[in-house]
Design a protein around this ligand. Structure first.
Ligand code: PLP
Length: 285
């Protein structure tokens, strides 16, 4: 495998960043994950728009032009011969003597890009069975709309999920409402067939997959309510699912060990999953 690190393509096993990279010391950086599907990058424009926004919110400079970044993404995908999988990019505030203040102007941001193949059939198997989620108290900061590499609460929540035999953890705020998953957005389908997902203005990451699913739902004539829902409402729902570039639309069949709907993936989630790439933007590599 090959990785891109600050201007060089290097063997993955030897890909290193400096010990005083601000990402390493302060989680002072942001990232994006794009799906690679059938030899195409999925929703690249939207991911790079969100990257620009994350960088802007943290006053981190862009490491390079969008065209150059697009080239590096493609080169890493190509050199790793990824046809189906994920491409990951991370930008940090760069390398500087450890000090909380921003480094001197002109300190170049650091850029790392990796790509790896994933077996689409394995993902379909998981989707056919559906996944379980657990619920955990929301304990993250109030800027989770910025896609930072500071993911410790997400790491701890997802590990707890795994230990309980579930795939994802849903954060639940002080009002008992689900915010989102550790690395996914959360959805339910009500008994009368309405899609419900939390508004993306506060308390969640503005998932690209979430936005594409909203567009797809509109095309399919499904009604959608962008509002918060509680764990109790999710347990009463007909269906539940999660969305992310890494798992697309993934049916949820258990919440804290209790069945959602009939305990099997719902038809609306399955249909949205099947049609996802009809509406996502597919870019040539
Ligand atoms: N929410 C969180 C906390 C995430 O980390 C992610 C993806 O990594 C998502 C939601 C889904 O976002 P996207 O659909 O852009 O992958």
């Amino acid at each position: 495998r090959i990785a891109y690190v600050n201007g060089r393509y290097v063997p993955h096993a030897q890909a290193c960043v400096h010990i005083e990279d601000r990402g390493y010391q302060f989680a002072d950086g942001v990232y994006e994950v794009c799906e690679v599907w059938s030899g195409k990058i999925v929703d690249e424009r939207r991911h790079l728009d969100r990257l620009d926004r994350s960088l802007g919110e943290l006053s981190i400079a862009s490491p390079m032009s969008r065209a150059a970044l697009g080239f590096v993404l493609r080169e890493v995908i190509r050199r790793n011969r990824v046809r189906d999988g994920l491409v990951y990019l991370q930008v940090t505030r760069g390398v500087a003597k450890r000090d909380h203040y921003f480094p001197a102007d002109g300190t170049p941001p650091a850029l790392v890009v990796t790509a790896r193949a994933a077996d689409p059939r394995a993902a379909e198997k998981v989707a056919d069975a559906g996944v379980g989620v657990i619920t955990v108290p929301e304990n993250r900061w109030d800027r989770v709309d910025i896609k930072t590499v500071g993911l410790l609460p997400n790491v701890l929540a997802k590990q707890k999920a795994r230990e309980r035999g579930a795939r994802e953890a849903w954060f639940v705020d002080g009002d008992g409402m689900v915010t989102e998953g550790g690395s996914t957005n959360a959805w339910i389908v009500t008994k009368d067939g309405k899609l419900v997902t939390r508004p993306a203005d506060h308390g969640i990451l503005r998932g690209i997959t979430r936005q594409v699913v909203l567009d797809l739902a509109a095309r399919e004539g499904l009604s959608v309510e962008e509002r918060a829902f509680s764990v109790a409402e999710a347990l009463e729902a007909k269906e539940a699912f999660i969305t992310a570039a890494s798992s697309l639309v993934m049916p949820v069949v258990r919440i804290d060990g209790r069945a959602v709907g009939n305990g099997h993936p719902g038809s609306i989630a399955r249909n949205l999953r099947e049609k996802f790439h009809e509406i996502s933007e597919l870019e040539e590599i």
